[in-house]
Write a new protein. Structure first.
Lengths: 706, 70
């Protein structure tokens, strides 16, 4: 396919009509930032795929591909200068040459197509409004007549000339180079390969041949019956053969279905495992946090328990401390009491304290008679006073006795308490030490938890819960998928054993048949069967080998281009398996931290290998239209890459700011060296040189250099 | 430029040259001319996912060619 021309009329920075003509080979559109390169790329994309690469919203300069249905593409200048009620017409027209789209395969029948998209706006007080939806027209000329493709066939047609599975390779947006291809999902690689290869056709050939294998046997039996009367045994033998074949066919069908299921499950497992990559850290974190939380809770409980116990001990100690003081304070008083008791016991009285009891002495005082000596005792006499003193002694003696008992008891309690107190004190000290240790441990755990959060970059604990819960769900799903896969694998294994047995049995039966049922002159269908079996085996093998062969071809082509783009100095080689990686040529280890030139070269090489293989294998060529493919490269690499690129594409249109830095002489040298066929320079400049520096006074000017 | 059919023919011819198939052709006394022509018949139906018509044409070609060669 060749893109011949682009007419842009009133599209963003392109005012009025601007015409670009492109040719086979390397076409360059050069311009500094804001020159209009990306809008030129958008003009193609808007027309063909109804998308534009614009700011995500007014609050950011980040861009994304947006559906263009509601996006106004008219230049701001025209909008600004229009009067209310004015209508503004905008359009983009692409002219391209392609193999006639109705041809199943290329026949070299090239047709010119014109793809026109237009939209009309009306100026209102608050801006532009769509008069109608943007309209697309696709026309082509055959036999001198203009034909139109039905609007219902637009998507089919555009997908035929720009297949969606390899579209990204043709439309290369430098800013989204990382999204150029993503083969992490195996089906993406398969779809891209299917698009550029013929090997899916082997499926069709295989179906025809398989159907023939089954059909020819029936024809042989029919021919046998028509030419010979078969015995019951022979009929039974044929019946057995047919039953065995049916069983094999059913089993084969079951194997095919289950193999497809296994492939789907394998892909689903892979995708889930990919998803898990973002979440598995949460599982590890959750385990760590749970362990720390559990340790923290244990330390906290221990502290609570120790504090509780300690409180009891402290209360006891506090109480005992009080007693201790009282006991100590009472010691002095006890000594006074003891001294008093002792001094009392030493006092002398004429009345023997041991003989009469206090009641007897009381009676003697009352009767004024001493019953010991039988003499009267006059009140106030020394004898009377001695009796009174004795009576007093009895009372005092009684008090002293009570005091003595109390003293003895108190002294015993005091001694006991004084014996216990030191142990309790030590216990409290030990407790306090243990509490301090537990608090230290608890704080350490708390800090460990903070470190775990800091290292993980997760700020909220609920993120971990959600993340680990998601991870757990994914793991459960993966486990369930693996179980399903294991079950199917076992089933497949048994089916294959069974089919093997049946095939052996079938061979035996067929041998018996060919030995016992013979016709003079043979049967043509039997000879035909030998041919058909040969086809069955060869096509099955070609089908089986095709994918590997093609991946090897893509890999080889990618490496040729990769080396070419890096000026023959590639250190690594591209490997296409699950995804694309670059390995060191000598160590064969995967190379990480590739430099920018290597990454761009790798991406372009793989994309280009798909496109060039499509041309080689299917005869379908595709152009590459690249916006800022080399924006991350330095000056020298850009020039080198450009020279190499020109040699590897049938047609390439590069839009880049890098060439604007070249001097006239350097530019001319590059045009010659890279064999540039068309060279445009874009400049976004003031319309009225004395007017304001504003979009309403600016447009893109197109200069044809070559 | 090689057509798609040329590429498919090339691959098929390549595999026929492998030992296993050379032996099979010799053992069953198969005519390589018939094999190549039959493959071309197959190629006419390469875009058809439903095998019925292709099977009939392919099978008839082989049977009729063998009959006419006798």
């Amino acid at each position: 396919m060749l893109i011949n021309s682009l007419r842009v009329n009133n599209f963003y920075c392109y005012l009025d009509e601007n015409v670009f003509e492109f040719s086979k080979g390397l076409n360059i559109v050069s311009g500094l930032n804001s020159g209009g390169k990306s809008q030129l790329f958008n003009a193609f994309y808007w027309t063909l795929f109804n998308k534009v690469y614009v700011d995500i919203d007014s609050s950011t300069t980040k861009k994304e591909w947006k559906d263009a249905d509601k996006i106004i593409i008219a230049p701001e200048k025209i909008e600004y200068e229009s009067l209310i009620g004015d209508r503004i017409e905008c359009f983009v027209e692409i002219g391209l040459t392609n193999e006639f789209h109705e041809n199943e395969e290329p026949k070299g029948e090239l047709v010119d197509y014109t793809i026109l998209k237009s939209v009309t706006y009306e100026k209102h007080k608050d801006g532009l409004y769509f008069v109608s939806k943007p309209e697309l027209t696709i026309s082509y000329v055959t036999g001198g007549e203009i034909n139109y493709i039905k609007s219902t066939d637009f998507n089919w047609f555009l997908n035929r000339i720009f297949p969606s599975s390899i579209r990204k390779f043709m439309w290369f947006q430098g800013e989204t180079v990382d999204e150029l291809y993503d083969f992490s999902k195996p089906s993406t690689l398969n779809n891209a390969i299917n698009e550029i290869s013929y090997f899916p056709l082997y499926d069709n050939l295989n179906s025809i041949v398989d159907a023939s294998v089954s059909s020819i046997e029936k024809k042989i039996d029919k021919e046998l019956r028509s030419r010979k009367k078969l015995t019951n045994d022979q009929e039974e033998l044929i019946q057995k053969i047919n039953t065995t074949k049916d069983s094999i066919a059913k089993l084969q069908q079951s194997i095919t279905t289950n193999e497809e299921k296994v492939a789907e499950i394998t892909e689903a497992i892979y995708l889930e495992e990919q998803k898990l990559k973002g979440f598995d850290k949460y599982t590890d974190l959750k385990v760590k946090i749970n362990k720390l939380d559990s340790d923290f809770q244990y330390a906290k409980d221990r502290i609570d328990s120790l504090v509780g116990e300690s409180k009891e001990k402290l209360i006891s100690k506090w109480m005992l401390n009080g007693c201790d003081k009282l006991i100590k304070a009472s010691e002095k008083n006890l000594k006074i009491i003891q001294a008093e008791i002792q001094s009392f016991q030493k006092s002398e009285n004429p009345v023997p304290i041991t003989l009469p009891g206090p009641e007897y002495v009381e009676k003697m005082i009352a009767d004024h008679i001493c019953y010991i000596c039988e003499r009267p005792v006059e009140e106030g006499s020394p004898a009377y006073k001695a009796l009174e003193l004795r009576l007093e002694d009895f009372k005092t003696n009684q008090d002293y006795k009570i005091l003595n008992d109390n003293y003895t008891e108190l002294n015993r309690a005091r001694k006991k308490l004084l014996g216990i107190l030191p142990d309790i004190e030590q216990e409290v000290i030990d407790h306090n030490k243990e509490i301090d240790k537990s608090i230290e441990k608890r704080n350490k755990i708390y800090n460990q938890k903070k470190v775990v959060f800091a290292e993980s970059g997760v700020t909220k604990e609920e993120d971990i819960s959600i993340g680990s819960s998601t991870a757990s769900q994914i793991l459960n799903k993966v486990e369930s998928l693996r179980n399903n896969k294991d079950r199917l694998d076992k089933y497949l294994f048994n089916n294959k054993l069974e089919i093997n047995d049946l095939e052996n049995k079938l061979q035996d039966l067929l041998k018996v048949k060919s030995d016992t049922i013979k016709l003079d002159g043979g049967i043509v269908e039997e000879e035909a069967r030998d041919y058909i079996i040969l086809f069955s085996k060869t096509i099955a093998l070609l089908r089986q080998r095709a994918l590997t062969t093609l991946i090897n071809e893509i890999q080889a082509e990618s490496n040729t281009l990769y080396n070419l783009y890096l000026g023959g100095r590639a250190q690594g080689e591209i490997i296409i398996d699950r995804g694309v990686s670059v390995i060191d040529k000598h160590t064969k280890n995967i190379m990480s931290n590739l430099n920018t030139a290597e990454i761009v070269a790798q991406k372009l090489a793989v994309a280009n290998s798909f496109l060039s293989l499509s041309e080689k294998t299917l005869g379908r060529s595709f152009p590459m239209i690249a916006d800022a493919p080399t924006s991350d490269l330095d000056h020298l690499n850009t020039a080198n890459l450009t020279k190499s690129l020109g040699k590897s594409f049938e047609q390439m249109i590069i839009m880049s700011k890098d060439y604007a830095l070249l001097s006239d002489a350097e530019r001319q040298a590059m045009i010659n060296d890279a064999n540039v066929v068309k060279y445009y320079e874009l400049t976004n400049d003031l319309i009225d040189k004395d007017g304001p520096e504003s979009r309403i006074n600016k447009k893109t000017y197109v200069t044809v250099i070559k | 430029m090689k057509t798609l059919n040329d590429i498919l023919r090339e691959e098929f011819t390549g595999i026929l040259g492998e030992e296993e198939f050379v032996e099979m052709i010799a053992r069953n006394k198969l005519d390589t001319g018939v094999i190549k022509e039959a493959f071309d018949v197959l190629l006419e139906f390469k875009y058809q996912a439903v095998p019925d018509r292709g099977k009939t044409e392919f099978e008839n070609y082989i049977i009729n060619t063998i009959k006419s060669d006798k």
